[in-house]
Design a protein around this ligand. Structure first.
Ligand code: HEC
Length: 110
């Protein structure tokens, strides 16, 4: 009986991996990594957006989250690993960054 339960558990967990596709996983991560979605600053498809408009010394200014859907993989990784700016630091793993890159540069996302 115990062996049966173990085998069953293994089968269930193997099956669970098929629950979401690579694309669904990547989209989920992009929408809500560590609680603050890239989506809220960089837009639904990584096209970039204006985060805020404000006045500084009488001049109209804009805080812009740049488009990130056409960056090289190198630039994308560097930005996420060495971020020290407005953008939150996420401490993402390489495979998480890989999934995010896959998502924003994917044709399905265009
Ligand atoms: C609070 C808003 C905000 C959030 C949330 C955010 N970013 Fe950013 N991001 C920025 C801003 C602003 C910049 C512009 C450069 C800078 O100030 O760091 C930027 C820059 C970048 C760059 C570099 C762009 C370039 O041209 O070099 C990448 C790549 C990037 N973000 C990816 C992401 C990803 C992926 C996420 C989610 C894990 C994310 N960002 C979440 C605001 C944000």
């Amino acid at each position: 009986m115990r062996v049966f339960v173990c085998v069953l558990l293994v089968l269930v967990s193997l099956k669970a991996e098929d629950f979401i596709t690579k694309m669904e996983y990547a989209k989920m991560l992009y929408s809500n990594p560590r609680g603050i979605g890239c989506i809220s600053c960089h837009g639904a498809k990584g096209e970039g957006s204006i985060i805020a408009k404000y006045k500084h010394k009488g001049k109209q200014k804009e805080l812009i989250a740049p488009a990130i859907n056409e960056l090289s993989k190198d630039k994308f990784f560097k930005a996420l690993q060495e971020s020290d700016s407005v953008m939150p630091k996420y401490f993402l793993t390489n495979s998480e960054i890989e999934a995010l890159y896959f998502y924003v540069t994917s044709e399905v996302n265009r």
